[in-house]
Design a protein around this ligand. Structure first.
Ligand SMILES: NC(=O)c1ccc[n+]([C@@H]2O[C@H](COP(=O)([O-])OP(=O)(O)OC[C@H]3O[C@@H](n4cnc5c(N)ncnc54)[C@H](O)[C@@H]3O)[C@@H](O)[C@H]2O)c1
Length: 423
């Protein structure tokens, strides 16, 4: 009998509500996941998750243990409670990291130091050195770390990766990507952490397409320059509301990436996103065009607030994450968002069950082999196979804070970033 994996989600915000918790609830009822804990900074987001009527409809009878407990004063913060919750877990279960970007490192290290496997939302961390530290510690202890770059699991990305690998496009040479998130994000908890000194739209969502181009082509970025446009959140804090970045690759190819928190709330959305890549062949060219915001389905509802965009008329993305009827109770999540969460949680589940009962020395060797295979395969993003993202993030932050100065990425013995154009 295989044993289910207990899961602690640290962070109870938008991504937990929109993707992580429903995916993990479904894995719970299929026997992969055991107990579910969710730890947030305070009770209001936990209450919102607990009372979400969609979860009651889709996952009847399922629930989670809230930390802090729901009866605590909603104005009281518990910034270190996640440490106690992680310390209280059985060894080699799973911690899902869903906090603001700048806290990922601390939570991932806390989880690894307490012998927990990890699924972390993107970006894993904001510094290359931290990525390597995580990779080393996790491998040493035989703990699986997956990073939730869900666009890798979109079928169109997987098809493009296969065709590129088979040489059917030629060599990537020029590309354009866009990801503009809804304007209303400015009114959310973002105003507390999405400040100029911490992050920007390129690092927040542009990183999805940077990762995707690397996923499809395997080409390493060597130079990054990003400019941003600042604005004020309703609470008066200043953030970059828009960003435009340019990434140069080791073969000279260029990718332009436009991002923002500015897709109109009234539009049929729920956001704007797309990728075009041109390729050089032998006296011919090829291209990939992904229209990622409009996938051929529109709905017009009787009332507002039904679809993801909230507007009466909606572009429906059937591919990322939707709840649909299935053979079991309630509804089940489908799409590449679910596939991506399930890929890491299933990997942890099968790894731990495969070595269950073996002497620890053999179990460790087996787990290390399974982790190396996942690194090599390159489908699930891991610290070892997605470290270029941390280098790009470092370069992007250095560049945007200098209003677009070029920053190069140096590989080799000691990968790092520095001001200047790639040679
Ligand atoms: N497309 C994607 O892959 C995607 C989409 C959205 C968010 N994300 C990532 O998910 C992460 C969270 O984003 P979000 O939109 O859910 O943010 P959010 O602001 O809605 O939620 C953040 C959560 O972290 C919790 N938190 C903060 N400090 C804490 C502490 N000390 N202990 C416990 N919990 C704490 C807060 O209570 C809140 O519930 C970010 O890293 C973001 O980049 C990824």
């Amino acid at each position: 009998m295989s044993k289910p994996i207990d899961v602690t989600i640290v962070g109870g915000g938008m991504i937990t509500n929109d993707l992580l918790l429903p995916s993990i609830y479904h894995l719970q009822r299929t026997g992969v996941v055991g107990n579910i804990n969710i730890c947030a900074l305070n009770t209001p987001p936990l209450k919102a998750l607990h009372e979400n009527p969609e979860f009651a409809q889709a996952f009847p009878g399922q629930s989670f243990t809230a930390y802090p407990s729901l009866d605590k004063d909603p104005s009281e913060n518990f910034p270190n409670l996640f440490r106690e919750v992680i310390a209280g877990m059985k060894p080699r279960q799973a911690v899902v990291v869903a906090m603001p970007d700048q806290f990922h490192y601390d939570v991932v290290m806390e989880a690894l130091n307490h012998n927990q496997n990890v699924l972390c939302v993107k970006p894993l961390v904001l510094k290359y050195e931290q990525d390597i530290e995580i990779e080393k510690l996790a491998l040493e202890k035989g703990l699986f770390v997956g990073v939730e770059y869900h666009k890798r699991f979109d079928r169109r990305s997987l098809i493009a990766k296969r065709q590129y690998g088979l040489g059917h496009f030629g060599e990537f040479i020029m590309g354009e990507a866009k990801l503009v998130e809804p304007y209303y994000y400015r009114h959310s908890n973002f105003q507390n952490w999405f400040t100029c000194d911490k992050t920007d739209p390129f690092v927040y969502v542009g990183c999805h397409y940077v990762d995707l181009v690397y996923f499809i082509t395997g080409l390493k970025p060597v130079e990054v320059s990003v400019q941003g446009i600042k604005g004020k959140f309703p609470n008066g804090k200043e953030g970059y509301m828009w960003a435009n970045g340019r990434v140069r690759y080791e073969n000279g190819a260029l990718l332009s990436v436009t991002d923002g928190l500015g897709y109109p709330d009234e539009a049929s959305g729920s956001n704007e996103q797309c990728l075009t890549m041109f390729f050089d062949g032998d006296d011919k060219s090829g291209f990939v065009k992904h229209d990622d915001q409009f996938r051929g389905v529109t709905h017009s509802y009787l009332e507002e607030g039904i679809g993801a965009a909230g507007s009466i008329h909606n572009y429906v993305n059937p591919d990322f994450y939707r709840l649909v009827p299935w053979e079991g109770k309630g509804y089940k999540p489908v799409g590449y968002g679910f596939d991506s969460v399930a890929a890491t949680i299933n990997s942890i589940y099968s790894m731990e069950n495969q070595v269950d009962g073996l002497p620890e020395k053999d179990a460790l060797l087996n787990r290390q082999e399974i982790i190396r295979e996942a690194d090599e395969k390159g489908i699930i993003a891991t610290p070892a196979n997605s470290y270029i993202n941390e280098l790009v993030v470092e370069a992007a932050r250095m560049s945007i804070l200098r209003d677009g100065d070029a920053v190069r990425i140096i590989y080799g013995e000691n990968p790092h970033v520095e001001l200047g154009h790639a040679g």
